[in-house]
Design a protein. Structure first.
Length: 235
């Protein structure tokens, strides 16, 4: 199957720092190999929550970006497929009837037979946690409808990544904003990857309702060194 990148790279929200990250250039060692394998498996069939936690610089964001960049294309629903098939068959028949358009008819027939038209690129979003709170709090007062409209727009993605969750000052309003988002993804059974420096036990002490929902997914501890600090020391 065709991967979604680089065609949708700019639409995913990756910064220049993150755009070159992939499974191919992730440095595997004994401490991160299992998490690497789990991340690759999740990318092929993302379901529910994947909560990656560990100290800064251990590779959580690198693996998260790699997952988004490896998502499989999504098959169109049956009603859309039926219409696409009709259009393609009509186009092939049209070109076959026109003199000198044999090659064009053959090209469309090959496209029809390889089945790629049955799939669309996966829609993914990389969202820094503080960007989310900044955006949702920008709606004046407690305009619940406007805030839910924003959250519903995030639900339209096939998978989103919430990066650096837990770095915020957890005021009551911030707790509420995160609960709104995570509860919608939980009840809607939509996949979400969350990275954090905090363990799920720590999150449970702050927002137990969120921790309980995340606990139904995969909670993975990336127990590795801070590679950014280690790199500086070795230079």
């Amino acid at each position: 199957m065709v991967r979604i990148y680089p065609g949708l790279l700019s639409k995913v929200g990756l910064t220049p720092l993150h755009r070159n990250m992939s499974f191919e250039n992730f440095v595997i060692n004994k401490r991160n190999k299992k998490v690497y394998e789990i991340s690759k498996e999740y990318s092929s069939n993302p379901e529910g929550f994947l909560y990656l936690y560990g100290k800064p610089g251990c590779g959580k964001t690198h693996l998260t970006v790699s997952i988004l960049k490896s998502l499989h294309p999504v098959r169109y629903p049956k009603n859309v497929l039926a219409e696409k098939e009709r259009q393609l068959r009509d186009m092939i028949e049209y070109y076959e009837m026109i003199k000198g358009m044999k090659e064009e008819a053959e090209r469309n027939r090959e496209f029809f037979e390889n089945g790629q038209w049955q799939f669309r690129p996966a829609k993914a979003l990389f969202l820094k946690s503080f960007h989310y709170t900044t955006e949702i709090s920008s709606y004046a007062g407690y305009e619940a409808k406007s805030k839910m409209d924003y959250i519903n727009s995030l639900m339209n993605y096939d998978c989103i990544a919430l990066d650096d969750f837990g770095m915020e000052n957890f005021t009551d309003s911030v707790k509420h904003y995160f609960y709104m988002l995570i509860d919608e993804f939980y009840t809607g059974r939509k996949p979400m990857i969350i990275t954090s420096n905090r363990s799920i036990v720590e999150i449970n002490k702050i927002i137990p309702g969120i921790a309980s929902r995340l606990a139904e997914g995969m909670i993975i501890h990336l127990d590795d060194i801070d590679h950014r600090i280690n790199k500086e020391r070795n230079q």
